[in-house]
Design a protein around this ligand. Structure first.
Ligand SMILES: NC(=O)c1ccc[n+]([C@@H]2O[C@H](COP(=O)([O-])OP(=O)(O)OC[C@H]3O[C@@H](n4cnc5c(N)ncnc54)[C@H](OP(=O)(O)O)[C@@H]3O)[C@@H](O)[C@H]2O)c1
Length: 340
């Protein structure tokens, strides 16, 4: 296939490049795109130096699949143009996910949604939602999912390279002040970054994304968890209550989930079901560090939730840059390729 990556110089774009090679995606030619800032830079790919092109002035002819990972604004603007040139766009941003004419796909969960691609655009889910989908789908098939109460623990790389740099810089600024910070939260004057609204080093921030201006007073990350779970799992009335929290972790999003089902399901049944899911690993103590750099979602702390009807609680960790973004996008491309 003739493949393009828009945002090839970013975190997700670089993992996409790695994963295309790792999975031996059938590539006849590849082109990399980014902003004017990176245009002209050379990036090695399987022995060739590929010159990064400016996405806003590029010619899109001749491409079969274009993976977009350069923010919602650019996707909204550019994806229709790229699709009209004949390529299928697989978009990592939030721009198209809730469009009725755009399938939102996790291949092992709802690949049937790829049968109709009216706009030539397929959306990749939000990285936090994605971690949970391969786990919740088989449990829904068994017992009928009705309600989710979720707290997230989201890594700084979920906010782009700038999020990672902000954490790293603030850790450096703290230097040897750990003892001082133990007694006085203001002991270090952390510099302000653009990614997080409070210092992220040695802290947790119960605010991810941006506030939506309505009576629910939730953030767009919390809204995405509800809307995207409903669309992917095809449960339009799924009740979802989420609190999204940023934590000082570089990579690996985690979710503490309490789920309520229409029929009884035991913790041991949940373990038996999840043991058979190839993209899930059962782990006594799942952590983001274990999940960083690998493909499966780690699931553990599976136990009855006695507060909810037919309730189960569990904890998940998954790599937000791999399955949460780049891997899923490449798996969508593989699914499309196998249909052609
Ligand atoms: N990080 C995650 O966990 C995650 C997960 C799922 C989805 N996503 C989505 O994936 C996208 C990228 O995330 P990231 O973490 O890789 O961000 P990132 O590291 O900041 O990289 C951003 C990329 O977009 C390019 N870009 C920015 N503005 C552009 C423009 N106007 N025209 C062309 N290219 C432009 C940048 O190119 P330059 O080198 O030229 O600046 C860079 O390649 C975002 O939409 C994000 O929401 C991220």
């Amino acid at each position: 296939m003739h493949v393009g990556i828009v945002g090839a110089t970013g975190q997700v774009g670089s993992v996409m490049r790695e994963i295309l090679i790792e999975r031996e995606f059938p590539i006849e030619s590849i082109r990399f795109f980014a902003s004017e800032r990176s245009a002209g830079r050379k990036i090695g790919f399987q022995g060739d130096d590929i010159v990064v092109e400016n996405a806003t002035t590029a010619n899109w002819d001749g491409l079969d699949i274009v993976l977009f990972s350069a923010g919602g604004g650019l996707s909204r603007e550019l994806a229709p143009t790229v699709a009209s040139s004949g390529a299928i766009v697989i978009d990592n941003s939030s721009a198209w996910r809730m469009d009725d004419d755009v399938p939102l796909v996790v291949p092992e969960v709802n690949s049937h949604a790829l049968k109709e691609i009216p706009k030539g655009i397929v959306a990749n889910p939000n990285c936090t939602t994605m971690v949970a989908m391969p786990v919740l789908k088989p449990l829904h098939a068994e017992a009928g999912l009705e309600k989710l109460i979720i707290s997230t623990y989201q890594a700084t790389s979920g906010a782009g390279l700038s999020g990672v740099e902000e954490l790293s810089k603030q850790i450096d600024e703290a230097g040897n002040s750990a003892i001082d910070l133990t007694h006085n939260g203001s002991a270090v004057a952390f510099s302000n970054g653009n990614s997080f609204i409070e210092p992220i080093a040695f802290n947790v921030i119960p605010f991810c994304g941006a506030l939506i201006d309505d009576e629910l007073e939730e953030t767009n990350e919390e809204r995405k968890l509800r809307d995207e779970s409903r669309k992917i799992l095809e449960i339009p009335d799924l009740a979802v209550s989420a609190t999204c929290v940023r934590v000082p972790v570089y990579t690996g999003h985690s979710l503490a989930i309490s789920a309520s089902f229409s029929s009884p399901i035991s913790a041991s049944k949940v373990r038996t079901i999840l043991k058979e899911v190839p993209s899930v690993i059962l782990e006594d103590i799942p952590t983001p560090l274990k999940s960083a750099g690998v493909d499966p979602t780690y699931v553990g702390r599976i136990r009855p939730d006695t507060v909810l009807a037919n309730g189960i609680s569990l904890f998940l960790s998954g790599d937000n840059l791999r399955k949460g973004a780049a891997l899923n996008a490449v798996q969508i491309a593989e699914a499309l390729n196998s249909e052609t």
